[in-house]
Ligand binder design. Structure first.
Ligand code: 13P
Length: 251
């Protein structure tokens, strides 16, 4: 049985006061939701204060990225151990915005996933095709490449805690969600790939999240799909009301 995950990726939004305000509003709204794992991913600078504000709640904290080294002369980077210090249990890796704007590749994603696992963080590993790739019929090949390179050399005993997030790039921030059928088709394909890379029993246990314009009014349909185990939410995670309503999709 796969426990659903609803994760909010705040991206480069919310300075300290607004971040704390959001958490203070959100926490009472999701009290009593114990059948869904809730995660928030604020920006690096507010992680420790958000961590403090989450204390005593069931909400987990995630970084939005990390470097693959533990320390060294890497100006501007944040290591997995530093994220743990700041209170994180999870880290988003390979988000399409990092692939698009910051030169993230399947190879760096692989290094980061390995480093995060080694430090004891749970990676939320993102994959997804662009509009051009979808329109030219390359969706499944792109996902296969991203997943097989991203997970290369990661043994089953380390990979068991991984969370995969399928985020079609054309659905991110566009208001254009994949239909339930489109998302389910890809999720089933991704689970099949995981079964091939590892084995079917293993793939059955991994959570695969959908991301891309998830809102209170489309979460129910998405969550009714067999292979969709949760959501990675951008814009709608910036308001306590809409994020709480997504978290309470089953209520
Ligand atoms: P939106 O929900 O704003 O489309 O963003 C999705 C996303 O990129 C989450 O990581």
């Amino acid at each position: 049985m796969r426990i659903p995950v609803i994760a909010g990726n705040w991206k480069m939004f919310k300075r300290a006061a607004d971040a704390l305000d959001l958490v203070k509003k959100l926490t009472p709204m999701v009290v009593g939701v114990d059948d869904v794992q809730v995660i928030v991913a604020p920006s690096f600078t507010v992680l420790p204060s958000v961590h403090g504000a989450l204390s005593g709640t069931r909400i987990s904290l995630s970084g939005q990225d990390c470097f693959w080294g533990e320390e060294g002369a890497f100006t501007g980077e944040v290591s997995p151990g530093m994220l743990i210090d700041a209170g994180c249990s999870h880290v988003i890796i390979g988000h399409s915005e990092r692939r698009q704007h910051f030169g993230e590749t399947d190879e760096t994603v692989n290094k980061k996933i390995k480093a995060a696992l080694q430090a004891g963080l749970i990676p939320i590993a993102c994959i997804g095709e662009t509009l051009q790739e979808r329109e030219s019929g390359d969706t499944l090949a792109v996902l296969e490449r991203q997943l097989s390179f991203g997970l290369a050399g990661i043994p089953e005993e380390d990979a068991g805690c991984l969370i995969i997030a399928y985020e079609p790039v054309w659905a991110i921030g566009t208001g254009r969600t994949a239909t339930d059928e489109q998302a389910q088709e890809v999720h089933a394909f991704v689970r099949g790939l995981l079964a091939r890379i590892y084995h079917p029993g293993f793939a059955d246990r991994l959570r695969i999240l959908y991301g891309g314009s998830v809102k209170p009014d489309n979460i129910k349909g998405l969550m009714s799909c067999t292979d969709i185990d949760g959501a990675l939410v951008g814009g709608a995670s910036l308001s306590a009301e809409s994020f709480a309503s997504i978290v309470k999709f089953g209520k």
